[in-house]
Ligand binder design. Structure first.
Ligand code: SF4
Length: 98
């Protein structure tokens, strides 16, 4: 099934990211990487950026996630949090081999 809308970023607690405010991502669209589902859009800055609205997932390179289809995310929404020092997609679900 192909998603028609970009998945929402429902929650992100990576406060040190330039796009984070009030535990929400304010980038228009992020890219999630591979092979680990890390947020590739994360970066630190002395000031905050992004828009008023909460962001979405524009692209995801993690092929082993069950929500990934043609390098796009088909989940309704995702959560992102810090794993050690790296922002990671918590909605990631390992694709079964069946
Ligand atoms: S849920 Fe899966 S496909 Fe969607 S952004 Fe996270 S890792 Fe990528």
């Amino acid at each position: 099934m192909k998603a028609n809308l970009m998945p929402n970023i429902l929650f992100c607690n990576v406060n040190e990211c330039a796009y984070n405010g009030d535990e929400k991502c304010h980038a228009v669209a992020i890219t999630v990487g591979g092979p680990q589902p890390l947020c590739d859009t994360f970066f630190r800055s002395g000031r905050k950026g992004g828009g008023e609205d909460a962001g979405s997932v524009g692209a995801c390179k993690n092929e082993v996630c069950a929500y990934n289809e043609s390098f796009e995310c088909t989940a309704y929404g995702i959560n992102v949090s810090l794993h050690s020092t790296k922002p990671e997609c918590d909605t990631f679900m390992q694709r079964s081999n069946n």
